[in-house]
Design a protein around this ligand. Structure first.
Ligand code: ATP
Ligand code: MG
Length: 739
């Protein structure tokens, strides 16, 4: 047996972990020390040496993308496809269980996954039905409550009702929410886990036994971020056998706010008997300077399990800190450096911009677009999150299951077809009173003639449309189904009406959806065990994937583009060139976290994650003034910058840059000072508007001035509005207010 590929590229400690006897193992080690590599090689070892069939192995990864990569790596190592192995995220694996055993799980066969947006929409509707004032009772708060309960494994019936009105209202919504989901055959992300846990634990001992016997080995990456229910799920599947390998790093636990528990690492040896712990200390990812900076920062946290990382690598370059005048200067600095990087012969895909919160990406995106630099955003506005795509998917969902209320609400009057709020209100009420889905309620209302003729006809027209789309495409291929729906639902005409760039991109996206459907059907293999019932139709499978692929799939994975993502999404990844943008007190550490030591430490771990993504070169940037969420803030540099030893840092000074005093700027002052910025500013002639400036418009809301042409009363400016997209406006008429 040739074990060279499996063992050769490992150090001693890594080899020990990979070739350990079949037993419970905990690999506890810092960033970039090869934990993920060990996990992959361990799987290859189990298959090749321990003769465990891939069919008996389950591996849990942090993203769907990581799961695909893991399969590829194992295939490389073994020279064969690990067919039958279960690899995926906790959510993906739970989903697979539920699809295979929907009946035992108490679900309809066409149950559908709701993403967090759908969930919020449903909650809003329920709160409205209960006459709860949105100001006082924000829907997000209910959403947060429901998800937190599910993460702890609690259903509404498990929660003691109390006299506290706050808690009682939360609970009431939870109850109504559970009923609505049940009725519509919809499940949210938390439900995937909770339901599959209940399936195995309470509903079907036979299934539990089957899977406990089937899976002879379970492996979990990023173990420090498992929450209570995921941990319970693992314990259940492992049973009393010794067959778990967990790899993780307590210093990278960053999901405490979502219920993740670092203690799971400490408890592991107690709950999983005979656990052997292995530490890895050599880092293979980063230069010495980067690693030292990471060690220094994380050293400020208390109560760590404690480990030091070292590297044989070179010192590398110093870390660069850039203090920008404002967020636009920061963005243009970053874009300039990326352009330089590419000019030097590097790939864009090897550069990453990481930031604390999603809202920060907008200005970076604008600068990248203006400079013509392609980029991808992980986890932000994903393709499947875009309005037109969600509309199209809602049509497909209704074609697949008429009882999906969320989908029905979304498109019942998109495009407008004369179904007004009064009719919709009536539908909701009828559905609620009769405990029906909205669709059933609509059928009944029409039958009983409860609507005025015009409204009744409009509603009937909608129901017939959906039925027709369904029957006309029954025997066609998935992409034909999709194309037919897009053409005949009225969505194309609807979006065409919007005009301008936005409409164009919406139509392109709809086209892209047809392509996505074609590609999906071409590569799709049913990997769900259909021990029960029918296999999924390609349509159902496609809709499942659209909901599940959350966060890590963008439309075009193949173009060479800059990688942009939040620090949270960057976990487990690595890039030669990394920018940590927005290193300011209040932003990072986030102002909500500064007061609480526990949360501050979580922010610091997040910073550690950020620093350790970098292989060769790391930039830390911050803006002396920043406009975010419509407010201008003046912040100090993040304490995390101060925590990096000064000898590891060089400050970037741009040639000929005039530093500006930190006083409020008058509206007519240009924002950019030229110098090293690749996007030297120009002021729109004879106005008080300058490029890059934020402005308000009575109809379109707030936006940023990105271009202009002409002068005097004929001048036109292009404004990128936050909500309305890009528009050209005549300055003379637009009455733009500088903000
Ligand atoms: P993180 O905590 O960020 O998830 P990790 O511990 O999972 O990091 P890996 O991603 O597995 O670390 O490895 C980091 C980098 O080091 C990868 O590029 C990997 O290929 C490389 N590497 C790991 N072990 C070795 C080794 N023994 N020899 C050479 N390169 C290695
Ligand atoms: Mg890893």
């Amino acid at each position: 047996m040739d074990l060279t590929p499996i063992l050769d590229s490992l150090n001693d400690a890594q080899r020990e972990a990979v070739s350990a006897p079949v037993q419970n193992l905990l690999v506890l080690a810092g960033a970039g020390s090869g934990k993920t590599r060990v996990l992959v090689h361990r799987i290859a070892w189990l298959i090749q040496v321990e003769d465990i069939s891939p069919y008996s192995i389950m591996a849990v990864t942090f993203t769907n993308k990581a799961a695909r990569e893991m399969r590829g790596r194992i295939e490389e190592l073994l020279g064969l496809n690990p067919h039958g192995m279960w690899v995926g995220t906790f959510h993906g694996l739970a989903h697979r269980l539920l699809r295979s055993h929907w009946r035992d799980a108490g679900l309809p066969d066409n149950f559908q996954i709701m993403d967090s947006d759908d969930q919020l929409r449903l909650i809003k509707r329920l709160a409205k039905e209960m006459n709860l004032d949105e100001q006082r009772w924000p829907a997000r708060q209910f959403q947060w409550f429901i998800n937190a309960q599910k993460d702890e494994g609690l259903r509404a019936r498990h929660i003691e009702p109390s006299n506290d009105p706050f808690q009682r209202t939360m609970l009431n919504i939870y109850v109504a929410y559970e009923q609505a989901c049940e009725r519509g055959g919809m499940i949210d992300f938390g439900e995937l886990l909770l339901r599959s846990l209940e399936l195995l634990r309470d509903r079907s001992p036979a299934l539990l036994k089957h899977y406990q016997e089937r899976f002879r080995y379970l492996l979990v990456d990023e173990f420090q971020d498992t929450n209570a229910i995921q941990y319970a799920w693992l314990r259940l599947l492992c049973g009393t056998e010794r067959k778990l390998m967990a790899v993780g790093d307590d210093d990278q636990s960053i999901y405490g706010w979502r219920g993740a528990r670092i203690e799971n690492i400490q408890n592991l040896p107690e709950h999983f008997p005979g656990t052997t712990t292995i530490k890895l200390e050599q880092n293979y990812r980063s230069t010495k300077n980067i690693l030292q900076a990471a060690n220094a920062v994380i050293g400020n946290n208390q109560g760590r399990l404690g480990k030091q990382l070292w590297t044989e690598g070179s010192d590398g370059e110093l870390l660069s800190v850039y203090s920008a005048f404002n967020e636009q200067d920061e963005a243009s600095f970053i874009v300039g450096r990326i352009q330089q990087w590419v000019q030097d012969g590097n790939l864009r895909v090897d550069s990453a911009v990481l930031y604390r919160s999603n809202a920060q990406s907008r200005i970076l995106e604008e600068m990248l677009i203006r400079a013509g630099v392609p980029y991808r955003i992980y986890g932000g506005q994903r393709f499947y999150d875009r309005l037109e795509i969600k509309n199209a998917l809602a049509y497909l969902r209704l074609m697949s299951s008429r009882h999906n209320d969320t989908a029905m609400e979304r498109v019942i009057n998109v495009p407008t077809r004369g179904i007004g709020t009064r009719t919709i209100e009536l539908l909701r009420q009828h559905a609620r009173e009769q405990e029906l889905s909205m669709w059933q309620a609509a059928c009944e209302i029409i039958e009983q003639g409860l609507l005025p003729a015009r409204a009744g006809n409009a509603l009937r027209g909608f129901l017939e449309l959906i039925d027709r789309l369904d029957t006309e495409t029954r025997d066609t291929q998935l992409h034909e189904q999709t194309e037919h729906m897009i053409k005949h639902s009225g969505l194309v005409q609807h979006h065409e009406k919007e005009k301008g760039e936005k409409a164009q991109s919406r139509l392109e996206n709809l086209d892209e959806l047809i392509t996505a459907a074609r590609q999906f059907a071409g590569s799709w293999q049913e990997d769900i065990d259909t021990e029960e019932g029918e296999a999924r139709t390609p349509l159902v499978a496609f809709l499942d994937q659209a909901a599940l692929d959350a966060g890590d799939a963008q439309a075009d994975e193949h173009q060479d583009s800059v990688q942009m993502m939040t620090l949270h999404s960057a976990k487990g990844l690595e890039f030669p060139l990394v920018f940590l943008a927005g290193m300011e007190e209040g932003l990072f550490p986030h102002k909500m976290s500064i007061e609480e030591p526990g949360r501050l430490e979580e922010e610091r771990r997040l910073c550690y994650v950020g620093i350790t993504r970098a292989k060769q070169k790391l930039y830390l940037t911050y803006a002396e003034s920043r406009r975010l969420h419509g407010q201008e803030n003046f912040n100090r540099a993040s304490r995390f910058i101060q925590e990096v030893p000064p000898e590891l840092i060089e400050e970037v000074r741009l040639n000929a840059q005039v530093r500006r005093p930190l006083t409020a700027r008058s509206p007519s002052e240009p924002l950019f000072q030229g110098g090293g910025s690749s996007l030297a500013n120009a002021e729109v002639p004879a106005t008080n508007i300058s490029l890059g400036q934020r402005v308000g418009h009575a109809k379109f809301g707030e936006g940023i001035v990105v271009n202009y042409e002409g002068s005097g009363p004929k001048a036109r400016v292009q404004v990128n509005f936050d909500d309305e997209g890009s528009k050209w406006l005549m300055l003379g008429y637009a009455n733009l207010q500088p903000l």
